[in-house]
Structures are given as C-alpha cells and as structure tokens.
Design a protein around this ligand. Structure first.
Ligand code: FAD
Length: 427
C-alpha cells in the first residue's frame, strides 16, 4: 500500500513521519516541487535579520535523512500537475504518473502578490515565503545595498520583515491599506505597534496603498496568503467558504482516502464553531500528524484552533488568541472587553508593563478572545488565554485560575487575572 504526500514542509512531512511510525510496512513517497524540504519558514525573518547566519540552519532534515532514518522517499523537483482520484494517481510536470492508495495534500499556500498576480515580480520586489525567497532577498541586500525599503502589509510577516530590514540599517516604511495592523481591527493594539515602530524609526502608513512601485529601491509584499488548492479542486476535492480545502475532523476531504493538511486546508475554529483559514506552522504540524495517522489506518481527530499567534516587534511581544471585539461582532456575538496594564513581575524583579485585553460574550459570559503585548511575559499569558478558549471557559472560570506566582516570574495577581476581574464587572 502506498501513501503519497504532496508537499515536503511542515504538514507533508509531519504526515509522512507519523504514518511511518504507525505502519512500518507502508510505502511512503513525498513529492515536493521545490529544491528544499523540511525547513522552518518561521525562522526566515531571523535569517534576513542576520541572527540566523546560514540558510542551512533552518533546514531540519534532508531527503537523505528521511530515506535512511525513516524509510520515506522524498523527491524534490517533483511538481504534481494533476490528481486523478478515479485512477488513484497523480501526474507530474513532465508526464510521469505516480500511483497512490492514500493521498495527503499538503501543498501549503502562496503569497498574494497584488497587482503582480500571476506575473514575474520585478527584480526589486520580493515576497518572504520560502527559503529561496529569503536567499534571493539576502543576495539583493548584499549586492545592491538598498538604503530604503517599503513593506506592503502590516500582518505578522510584514512586521517581522520590517524589523529585520531595519536592523540591517535600512529606512523602512510599512504601508497598510486598512486602518489597523495585524488584521484584528483593534485601535489600541495598532497604537501600541505604531509607537513601537516609531521608536525604532520605522514609519507606519495606514489606509494607504503603495504607489510608484517602480521607483522604490526595495519592496516586500506581505499582503496575505492564498491556499494552493488548484490541483486538488481540479481533481474533485471540495473547498470550503474560506477558499481552502474542506476537511472533516479526521482531515479527510470529500474524496475517501484523500486527506489535506496545513496551509492549504481549513481548520475548525473552536470559538466561532465554523471553519477558518488561519495558516500557521503550529497548526500545519498538528493537522499533518492527524492526516498521516488516519492515512495509515487510524481514526484520530484534529481538535481545532483558536487562532493563537505571537510575534516580536523590536523586543515587544505581541500575541493574540480567539476573537477581537471587531471579529466577535462580525461573528454575531455581543462582545464586551476589558483592557488592563500591569507589571509582568514585581518592579524589584525587573517587571515591565504588560497589556492584557480580554473579550467575552455579554449573553453567555464566555471568553471569546484576548490579546497581550509588552516586553516581558507575553507568551505565558497568551497561552493561558488560549487554553481558556480551548476549554470554552467563562469569565468567572478564568478569574479563579490557580496561576503560578513567585517574584522572579509573575505578580501575585497575574495580569490575566486582573483583566478577568475587570471584565467580570462588565458582563
Ligand atoms: P508549506 O510550508 O507552504 O509547504 C508546502 C509545500 O508544498 C511547499 O514546499 C511547496 O513547494 C509544495 N508544493 C505546493 N504545490 C505543490 C505541487 N503541486 N507539487 C509538489 N509540491 C508542491 N507559523 C507559526 O506558527 N509561527 C511563526 O512564527 C511563523 N512565522 C512565519 C514566518 C514566515 C516568514 C513565513 C513565510 C511563515 C511563517 N509561519 C509561522 C507559517 C508557517 O511557516 C506555515 O504555516 C507552514 O510552513 C505551513 O506548512 P505547510 O506544510 O502547510 O505549507
């Protein structure tokens, strides 16, 4: 029996590795159109910045490793151009046909490139999506020594790219067509990010579209992602309302024996109860694991997401999970929110101000989301909020949590608990 996997990064290789652990007798073949496999795209901004010195440091495993250690055949430069499910085969660029018994589609996503959609980007315009993108961008910085850069899009990749370029000495402007950063519709979060950027002399232009691209020295397009679903759709796989591949809780598509995982697929959102498209590495790995297990004969479930993300902007952690007030309204809730600022640790232990915002549904008192930002202790707090969201906790449950305290780590009233107390007065 042959398991075929299309895509050799987070979701595809998680699926292949998990299937191998479950069934040592399975033949497993991974087809990857690019030259690189198994790399941490999340590290690309740090390679651009220079903190990660060599691109190879981002590569976790090679095809050779998979062949020798896992008995998994990984073929690079193998682009799948079509899927024929009735024949249980895919066709590669070049005409070769490869049979499958089970298929995992892990084709990821590609950057939206605005006005350049479908065309080759001019030599000074880049995206930051693959290892190859990052290497080309690094080479451009080295050869052309640009002094200025425009980053289009104030999502997390745009902000991380801005940080990396500024640390390379470039004058950076971030141009965002919407009124807020990070797609949260949150004015206070936008203000905090703007202040941080300005402190490090990065300009943020909101409600602005980039103009005169040809006269810029360097442009990075970070305007969101489009799931790679074309070959799947042509092969009869259905997409959901988000445009990504629709899967059930076992990561199986509408075609029996065909699974999908990672940035090409939707995930159930545990707060809204509806499928969402939130392409992140952490989710891709988990989905891939479940798809691989089930392709190998198990019946495992993917639990869903709450949309937790974190990024670093010039030393300030910014994190969020669940819905913002604006998202909650759009989803039909009646949101109330409370925002507090408190020290991350006692002053005598170097505590720094941390802001916590919590959002709850007025009708049910259920927690809907939260965001946290500051220079210290952001990850721990957002993970508490994410856990609360996974468990559908209400504000009074959150308020009662027995969180850890000792002066080197936290304050006796943790900022999350203070925010929950404030919110409790309002719902
Ligand atoms: P991909 O990594 O996109 O892999 C899909 C693979 O499929 C690609 O290699 C592609 O070449 C191949 N493929 C596509 N079509 C075909 C075909 N027809 N035939 C053969 N092969 C094909 N996530 C986080 O959780 N935290 C972070 O901090 C974070 N930071 C990020 C920073 C950057 C700059 C970027 C770009 C991403 C970041 N992510 C982060 C997101 C994370 O990297 C992705 O969610 C993750 O890589 C998705 O994995 P995937 O396997 O689904 O897709």
């Amino acid at each position: 029996m042959r398991l075929l996997v299309i895509g050799g990064v987070a979701a595809g290789l998680s699926a292949a590795a998990r299937a191998r652990r479950i069934d040592p007798s399975l033949e497993i073949v991974v087809l990857e159109k690019g030259a690189d496999i198994s790399y941490g795209a999340c590290g690309l901004p740090y390679y651009l910045e220079g903190r990660v010195r060599r691109a190879e440091e981002l590569i976790v495993h090679t095809p050779e490793y998979f062949r020798k250690e896992r008995n998994i055949a990984v073929r690079t430069g193998a682009r799948v151009v079509s899927i024929s499910h009735p024949r249980r085969e895919v066709t590669l660029d070049g005409g070769e046909r490869v049979h499958y018994d089970r298929l995992v589609i892990a084709t990821g996503a590609r950057p939206r490139t605005k006005d350049f959609e479908g065309a080759t980007l001019p030599p000074h315009v880049f995206t930051l999506h693959t290892l190859e993108d990052a290497e080309r961008l690094k080479a451009y910085l080295c050869d052309k020594q640009p002094k200025q850069a425009v980053v289009v899009g104030a999502g997390y990749i745009g902000l991380e790219a801005a940080d990396a370029l500024r640390r390379n000495g470039l004058a950076v402007t971030v141009v965002e067509q919407g009124p807020h950063v990070l797609g949260r519709g949150d004015a206070e979060l936008t203000k905090a990010v703007r202040e941080r950027l300005e402190r490090f002399r990065v300009e943020l232009q909101l409600n602005t579209r980039i103009s005169a691209v040809e006269r810029r020295e360097l442009v990075i397009l970070a305007t969101g992602l489009r799931p790679n679903v074309e070959i799947a759709v042509e092969g009869g796989v259905e997409v959901g309302r988000t445009g990504a591949i629709r899967v059930d809780e076992h990561m199986e598509t509408n075609l029996p024996g065909v699974f999908a995982a990672g940035d090409c697929a939707e995930a159930p959102h545990l707060v809204t109860g509806r499928p969402a498209y939130i392409p992140l590495g952490t989710t891709a790995n988990k989905m891939g694991r479940v798809a691989g297990a089930n392709a190998a004969g198990r019946r495992e479930r993917f639990g869903g997401v709450v949309g937790t993300a974190i990024l670093n902007i010039f030393g300030m952690g910014v994190a969020f999970s669940g819905l913002s007030v604006e998202h909650a309204r759009r989803e039909g809730f009646s949101p109330v929110s409370a925002r507090i600022a408190a020290p991350s640790r006692p002053g005598y232990f170097g505590g720094k101000p941390i802001t916590v915002e919590l959002v709850a549904d007025a009708a049910t008192r259920r927690l809907l989301g939260g965001s946290v930002w500051g220079e210290d202790g952001v990850e721990g707090r957002i993970n508490v909020i994410a856990t609360a969201l996974h468990n559908r906790m209400r504000v009074e449950d959150l308020e009662q949590l027995d969180l850890a305290y000792a002066p080197p780590f936290a304050t006796v009233w943790d900022p999350v608990l203070i925010a929950a107390q404030q919110l409790s007065k309002m719902v």
